[in-house]
Design a binder for this molecule. Sequence first.
Ligand SMILES: [Zn+2]
Ligand SMILES: [Zn+2]
Length: 129
Amino acid sequence: MVTITVVDQVEVQEIETAPLVGADQWRTVMAAADYRCECTGACGNRHSRTGLRCDATHDKWTKATGRIRLTAGPIDPITPTRTAVLLPASDLRAWCPKCFAGAARRARAAATERERRNDDANEAQGALF
Ligand SMILES: [Zn+2]
Ligand SMILES: [Zn+2]
C-alpha cells in the first residue's frame, strides 16, 4: 500500500505544547536551553552542520520529523526513571527524541563494554591469585 501524504498545504499552527506533569520544571529546563535540543554529540551525531549542537527546536515543525517535542531528560540518558524524576532542573537537559534515543543507545553500549572489561579484569585477577 502506498500512502501519499501531502504536507506542503498543511497550515502549520504555531502552538506551544508542554507536558502536563512537571511542567514548571520542564519550562525551567527549556528556558535555559532556549527551547533547543542541548545534544552536542552524545547521540553519535556530532551536529557539525549546526554549530556542534543539535538544532531541534521545541514545537518546530519540519516535513521530515513532524512537530518536534523536546523532553527534559537527565544528562546521563540511562539514568533509571525512578532516579531521573527526582533530579533538579539543573541536572536535566533539553533533548529531542532522536538524540535522547541515540544517546541512550550509546550509553548502554558503553556500560555493557565497561562491564565486559571488568569481567575480563576480574578473570585476569583470578588467574593471578
Ligand atoms: Zn537533538
Ligand atoms: Zn544529538
